[in-house]
Design a protein around this ligand. Structure first.
Ligand SMILES: *Cc1c(COP(=O)(O)O)cnc(C)c1O
Length: 421
């Protein structure tokens, strides 16, 4: 459920008409609903009720300070994958002991910063990384809490670009080598092993791969404990999928996911961390765009929008489907016709939808891309010197610009000329 509904024929974000935001901010823009973000965080938090736990929002999904602060105020931790994200989380007021650091390529500098300012744990992805963390920690006279990300060799049955839990993926340590690698970690002076980490992919629409992975984690926990390691924390990753089409998809609910966690690892007495990103932010955001032209091709109608692949990369990158709806509610029984919905960027990949049934929309009309809150604004670029798309947050009947659209002047001034020119 989200908070983007038609009221009196006009699409609203909570109690704010999108047309009102468009008139103030211009198009295209992203808009987020505070109520939806809050509700989704709460669903996860409630799903783990009765177990010691921390929901660490995977902030790479949407990392605006206003989003982070909204979630942090509810008690969320953060899963960060870069020094930049670590800095963003700290700037939003998240204490270090609520930040977990994931990612295959943590640099010495990033590790140094996190250890100096505070970190809940590093989710370690390789032995070379383990050695570096130990070195940096020792040089600072501290001990770094770590989990080791194991790769359970489970097929997440999701898009190849977001599957991470098969043995051919670059992530984690093969589960078959886990005991050896944990023994190595225990021998390093700058590390304290606190648990196990796993993350098998994103946009999972079936719980079975989680079940397979978490059962493996449970077995491994017992083995590692028998080997003498203190496994007190399990980081079970993110990945729960969201419905991108209104009609036929029914991804699992956080409550069922929570029950699965209790069933598979609940008996181990571990503190549970999860790292949902998409399910918290995805349906909490829309991309709103204006129609520039209707264009007729050879046997094909095009709808040309002022949003493009640089603003929302998912269709070009993952063949992703987004519902695209008019901001003015179509009349009941409005005639639908198939159109290709495209942006102005000079790439054929700049196509949001092909042969999509749409009610009549005309130049100047607004349309909204649903489910655009996660992996939307964060992946935007200024390709074709199109200004980075602004972000807006709604809270009840209020809205605020949470990242302004840069002017062309600001964009150009970021370049500097070498002295010989
Ligand atoms: C991307 C990522 C997540 C979040 O995945 P979602 O599908 O957005 O829930 C969590 N943990 C790690 C390590 C990730 O890389």
């Amino acid at each position: 459920m989200d908070h983007f509904l038609y009221k009196s024929g006009a699409l609203h974000a909570e109690d704010v008409p999108l047309a009102e935001i468009a008139a103030t901010v211009g198009t295209p823009f992203y808009v987020y609903s505070t109520a939806t973000l809050t509700r989704h965080f709460q669903l996860f938090d409630d799903a783990l009720d009765g177990m010691p736990h921390l929901v660490c929002y995977a902030m790479k999904a949407a990392s605006n300070q206003a989003i982070l602060k909204t979630l942090a105020d509810l008690g969320a931790g953060m899963d960060v994958v870069s020094g930049g994200e670590y800095a963003r989380a700290r700037a939003a007021g998240v204490p270090g002991d609520r930040i977990v650091f994931s990612g295959v390529g943590k640099t010495k500098e990033e590790i140094h910063t996190a250890l100096s300012e505070g970190i809940r744990q590093f989710n370690v992805e390789s032995e070379p990384e383990m050695a570096v963390i130990s070195q940096v920690a020792s040089s600072l006279g501290v001990v770094a809490p770590i989990t080791i990300r194991i790769n359970p060799d489970v097929d997440a049955k999701t898009h190849a670009k977001i599957a991470t839990g098969k043995s051919e993926n670059k992530f984690g340590i093969p589960i078959a080598r886990a005991r050896e690698v944990y023994a190595h970690a225990a021998s390093l002076p700058g590390l304290k092993v606190v648990g196990i980490d796993v993350h098998i992919g994103s946009q999972l629409t079936d719980l079975m791969p989680f079940e397979l992975a978490y059962n493996k984690v449970a077995d491994l926990t017992e083995q590692l404990r028998a080997d003498g390691h203190e496994i007190s924390r399990l980081d079970l990753g993110g990945g729960l999928g969201i419905p991108y089409t209104r009609s036929n998809e029914a991804p699992p609910l956080p409550v069922d996911y929570g029950a699965l966690i209790k069933r598979t690892v609940g008996h181990l007495g571990c503190e549970i961390e999860i790292e949902p990103g998409r399910l918290i932010a995805g349906n909490a955001g829309l991309l709103v765009s204006r129609v520039i032209y209707n264009k007729s091709g050879e046997g094909r109608e095009f709808l040309i929008l002022d949003a493009a692949m640089n603003d929302l990369l998912r269709p070009a990158m993952y063949d992703a489907y987004h519902d695209i709806v008019p901001v003015v509610e179509p009349e009941a029984g409005a005639e639908m016709s198939d159109v290709d919905i495209v942006g102005p960027v000079c790439e054929s990949g700049d196509t949001f939808a092909k042969q999509r049934p749409m009610p009549p929309v005309f130049p100047g009309d607004l349309v909204a891309f649903r489910s655009a809150g996660a992996y939307g604004a964060v992946m935007a670029s200024e390709y074709n010197t199109r200004a980075l798309v602004p972000e807006v947050m709604v809270h009840g009947d209020q809205f605020a610009v949470i990242r302004a659209r840069p002017t062309f002047d600001e964009i150009i001034k970021r370049d500097t000329l070498p002295e010989w020119l």
